[in-house]
Design a protein around this ligand. Structure first.
Ligand code: PMP
Length: 424
């Protein structure tokens, strides 16, 4: 793509959408994205309604780990649903979907399927409260666990509070917000009030803000502290699950949670999420003591998508390829930054890394991200869209199994074209 792309049709759709859809979008996360309407996606590429082409590093906010429109997954789903979609009873594929997912995770005894990460987080908190008889939970600055009242938080500096009008501060009354990657902060809180705390929930790698890995020993120490105080440890693996390793962060960092939530990369782009965990914590869903429900949970489409995706991930694991691609891309971006003398910093793991402007020193939590120029990056990401790269404004780059040599060459060329045209 050279010059500013023509987006006449996107603009027409946007004008129409603004009349009938608040903000023209159906998820607030998309309010900050360039106003592009897409016509199709294949592999690692997207085409908008004006036929401009993009290499995609948003991947639908993560789900397209296998690339867009994976033929094996889509064929499995379309074939299965010709025989019905929802029965108000169980379907045969559900069992296989759950068994395959548990086999991929390795550590969990049981799993429930849902539709979104947001609701599986709520089920996890409910299970933890039911098991412990305690009401509070601990979460961490910069971690995202969905858009509902009890977990949606805006943090500025050291102050955290509600993030939306209509959300009451009382909704956050049962939670404690701590800086992440700081085991001593958690130790101090649990010493003081551990017997009131049901759960600690975290992104085991902080992908949503900063692409930050846990410090060596941090997750192990959190695990010990939770055990010591009888607190349920919940990993929110909605992003990391099936992406940073088949068994997610639990596998990569060698720490086993009590419960974990999954979504995104689990089902090749189909809307499926899951809550997995230890038998004693999961069984109360089965006795009806703890409620978890949903009309569409475990639908034929969901189950077929999970089965096909898990079969692909387990029979031909793409993890090494994704790692090689992401490592090379991170290195090439760093090289371009050096050549053009811009303070572009790249941090994270090859399958999910974060790009921003600022000091190259690694950041370890949300507070240290404050020193970075995230706004400058958001502007840069918008300009890169004009050069054929579809990127998240908040800095995350997701790599898929469908990104190959051509995408790498094209990506580096496109970033360089944007830099050569005008420094960000
Ligand atoms: N947890 C994490 C870590 C997430 O990144 C997200 C979504 N970005 C969610 C939960 C919520 O998932 P969903 O959007 O499917 O409700």
């Amino acid at each position: 793509m050279t010059g500013t792309p023509v987006r006449t049709h996107s603009e027409a759709f946007r004008q129409r959408a603004l009349i009938s859809v608040p903000g023209g979008v159906n998820s607030n996360v998309r309010l900050s994205a360039p106003p592009v309407f897409f016509a199709r996606g294949a592999g690692a590429r997207l085409w908008d309604v004006d036929d401009n082409e993009y290499i995609d590093y948003v991947l639908g906010q993560g789900p397209h780990f296998l690339g867009h429109a994976n033929a094996a997954v889509n064929e499995a789903v379309s074939d299965a649903c010709t025989r019905g979609m929802l029965f108000g009873g169980q379907n045969a594929l559900e069992v296989q979907a759950c068994e395959l997912t548990l086999a991929a995770l390795g550590w969990a005894d049981m799993i429930r399927l849902g539709m979104t990460g947001t609701e599986c987080v709520q089920a996890a908190l409910r299970a933890a409260r039911a098991a412990t008889g305690r009401s509070a939970f601990v979460h961490f600055e910069g971690h995202y666990h969905g858009w509902l009242d009890n977990v949606l938080v805006h943090t500025a500096g050291q102050q955290s509070g509600v993030a939306s009008a209509g959300q009451l501060s009382s909704h956050l009354a049962d939670s404690h917000m701590l800086p992440w990657n700081d085991a001593e902060a958690l130790a101090a809180l649990l010493s003081a009030s551990g017997d009131t705390i049901a759960a600690v929930i975290m992104e085991p790698m902080m992908v949503n803000a900063g692409g930050i890995e846990p410090l060596p020993g941090y997750l192990q120490r959190v695990r010990e502290l939770c055990d010591q105080h009888g607190v349920v440890l919940i990993f929110d693996e909605v992003i990391t699950g099936f992406r940073i390793a088949l068994g997610g962060a639990a596998e990569k960092y060698g720490v086993t949670p009590d419960l974990a939530t999954y979504g995104k990369a689990m089902a090749g782009g189909w809307p499926v999420a899951g809550l997995a965990g230890r038998r004693d914590l999961m069984e109360p869903f089965g006795t009806g003591v703890v409620n978890h429900s949903g009309t569409f949970n475990g639908s034929v489409m969901a189950a077929a998508a999970v089965v096909a995706t898990q079969q692909l991930l387990q029979s031909d694991p793409p993890y090494e390829r994704v790692e090689t691609y992401g490592t090379e891309l991170m290195a090439q971006l760093a090289k371009l930054a050096e050549r053009y003398e811009i303070p572009l910093r790249v941090q994270g793991v090859p399958a999910a890394f974060h790009v921003s402007f600022g000091d190259p020193a690694p950041v370890r939590d949300l507070r240290s991200l404050d020193g970075l120029d995230l706004e400058r990056y958001a502007g840069f990401a918008t300009r890169l869209a004009d050069h054929g790269l579809w990127l998240a404004q908040r800095g995350i780059w997701y790599v898929s199994a469908a990104h190959g040599e051509q995408e790498l060459t094209d990506t580096v060329e496109r970033v360089e074209a944007a830099l050569a045209e005008q420094l960000p």
